[in-house]
Design a protein around this ligand. Sequence first.
Ligand code: HEC
Ligand code: HEC
Ligand code: HEC
Ligand code: HEC
Ligand code: HEC
Length: 409
Amino acid sequence: MYVCLRLGLSIALLLTACGGQRVEPETEAAAAPSAPQRLHVLGAFLEAHWQLPLALQGEPPAGFSELDRSLDPAVCGACHPEQYAAWRTSLHAAAYSPGFSGQLIEGALADPVEVRACQRCHAPLGEQQPYNRLGGPEASFDPALRGQGIVCAACHVRNHRRFGPPRRAALPALLEPPPHGGFEPRGEFQESRFCAPCHQFFDDPGINGKPLENTFVEWQRSPQAAAGRQCQDCHMPDRSHRWRGIHDPEWVRRAIDVDLIPTDLSGRRLEAALVLRNRDVGHAFPTYVTPRVQLVVYQVGAAGKELDATRLEASIGREVDLAAQVEIFDTRVLPGESVKLDYSLARAPGATALLARVSVDPDFHYRAVFDLLLESLEDASARAQIEEARRRISDSTYILAEIRLPLSD
Ligand code: HEC
Ligand code: HEC
Ligand code: HEC
Ligand code: HEC
Ligand code: HEC
């Protein structure tokens, strides 16, 4: 997350912000209600499965073909075309982005220990690491694989052995002998805790009791979790590998209701309420500190123009001061809950309608971070990558909903 970066000055804080091994007095961590303990949540299989960054795969088993040995997603895709096509459109495939890699070239994060710490979520395979555990060059490093981010093998392959969800009942019997020696079916692939190692900070008391990544805990407390719905049920419908999230307006619209409810629009004062409801997001909307949602209500004139001094606005998000470790505000909307913006202002001369708009900036914090980086970076390649990252998010803000209530004459 970007938040790691602002603290680039201090390695100790940086590890905290990135969910690294934080050395804390036992009591403090134990007392904080939102500091889930990793082993307790993951269980033995996932605890071993998610040792990040991952160990090298090692020697392939005897009898493995060239295809069976390969860790390249395109090779998996030759036999699993549907998953490959979907994965390529996902942010998991884009996780080794210019905004990410551009930060690992110069400054505190260029240190081998930090490169591994960042890559454990963005490019986690042992074969994707330029440095080994001791900080020396990794002999099995594959730069082309590194650039592909969270590859298939990151979730599915350990010691060349395939792991996946239980097989679909409707499929015909497996070929004998099956490719890549078959696979081990594991129910954990269909549980929320499978996603937690990268989407939840463990053993971290957080700021104001909430770690910067707290998605799993938010989900645990949701009505969706009570009803048994896992991350995969929403983000991988019918096992889809697209993982749509806050960057996809259509998808967010399906889970968020926006309404502009008139109370009194007939008098000198216009009274209405803009209500946003988190109907079906299985965690806070939004879950991270990085996006920002803006609510505005204002009056418009005959030409559709905003009229002066009629605007009321509010923002939804979580703002923290990392250096001081304090939370400035947290207005995110929990599952099943709503926020309301009450509008009550004098009707302006010439007003013909009351307009409400909700816009989403999924990359709010990264804008500031990339700008800040561009002030200090000197390395030409680092600068070029951060400039590219800045360009990519230049128009990512979108309008989630817009409602217009006409006013009578
Ligand atoms: C615990 C897992 C984890 C670690 C470790 C981690 N990130 Fe991330 N990172 C994420 C997740 C999840 C997102 C997407 C959520 C968001 O947008 O905030 C993300 C998003 C980002 C983004 C914005 C999206 C993009 O690709 O441009 C940048 C930049 C980034 N991280 C940089 C870093 C850097 C630099 C480090 C090391 C200091 C790091 N991350 C360490 C999980 C991690
Ligand atoms: C030569 C073709 C081939 C290649 C290459 C291949 N697979 Fe497979 N894979 C199969 C077949 C066939 C099955 C069995 C499907 C079934 O259950 O009928 C399978 C099963 C799987 C399963 C289990 C699916 C389930 O139902 O849980 C996973 C996961 C998997 N492969 C991942 C991978 C990954 C990751 C790669 C690349 C590193 C890969 N495969 C490369 C042919 C291949
Ligand atoms: C971030 C982790 C992750 C990555 C990356 C990933 N998968 Fe999966 N994959 C899963 C999970 C989780 C499931 C089970 C979803 C479910 O059952 O709801 C799954 C299911 C599958 C299945 C079974 C599908 C079915 O319909 O039965 C196959 C095959 C598979 N993945 C192959 C791949 C291939 C090939 C890639 C790369 C192109 C890939 N996966 C990338 C997590 C991942
Ligand atoms: C009931 C459906 C549902 C469940 C369950 C669910 N999500 Fe989401 N998730 C959504 C929707 C809808 C969005 C888009 C709105 C938003 O960003 O909050 C989203 C957004 C996200 C994002 C985008 C980043 C952000 O700041 O919002 C991430 C990452 C994410 N979910 C991960 C997870 C993980 C991990 C789990 C399980 C612990 C999970 N989700 C469970 C529906 C769900
Ligand atoms: C190996 C670490 C890792 C695992 C495991 C993982 N993710 Fe992610 N996920 C990330 C990172 C890193 C990003 C951000 C990539 C970027 O933008 O640079 C991300 C992005 C996402 C997004 C897109 C968020 C957005 O901004 O729209 C969703 C949704 C998501 N993950 C859901 C899941 C779910 C569901 C699972 C479990 C099946 C899962 N992830 C497992 C690391 C991981």
